[in-house]
Ligand binder design. Structure first.
Ligand code: AMP
Ligand code: ZN
Length: 137
């Protein structure tokens, strides 16, 4: 993908603060970090979203996520992490090359995710669960 910024990072056309790479994946520091150590994990092969990746790509990707979490834990010892994937523009995806944000978290770090919930009835839950299940195999 000629105009994809993350493909350019994979190809070395744009520099990155790389923390790990293997044949299939690359992990580098986010240039505009939410917290210290905020890292992005990407597949080297362009895929806009998880639905464009095969099982092997996904397994490789999340193996690297685990390695990065362990590395950050050892390096800067945060209290926890958010692992975040924004899928689609409505969900905040700006760069359309799959990436998993690994965001170290500490008490009082000022990050707030406000998801205002709503409460379906048991019947609505049941109907929706059935409808979704029908489409998953
Ligand atoms: P998203 O909103 O999920 O698409 O996130 C895109 C992320 O990519 C943002 O957190 C940006 O700060 C980050 N980003 C954009 N350009 C670069 C770059 N050249 N190197 C590292 N991170 C980048
Ligand atoms: Zn790309």
């Amino acid at each position: 993908m000629d105009d994809c910024i993350f493909c350019k990072i994979v190809n070395g056309g744009i520099p990155s603060y790389t923390v790990y790479q293997d044949d299939d994946t690359l992990a580098f520091l986010d240039i505009n970090p939410n917290t210290q150590g905020h890292t992005l994990v990407i597949p080297k092969k362009h895929a806009a979203n998880i639905t464009d990746m095969d099982d092997k790509d996904i397994a490789s990707l999340f193996r690297t996520v685990r390695k990065v979490v362990s590395g950050l834990q050892a390096a800067i010892n945060p209290e926890g992490f958010n692992l975040v994937v924004n899928h689609g523009e409505v969900a905040g995806q700006v760069i359309h090359h799959f990436h998993c944000h690994v965001i170290p978290r500490n008490t009082g770090d000022g990050i707030e995710y406000n998801f205002e919930g709503f409460t379906p009835s048991p019947e609505e839950f049941q109907e929706l669960a059935g409808k979704v299940a029908e489409h998953i195999n």
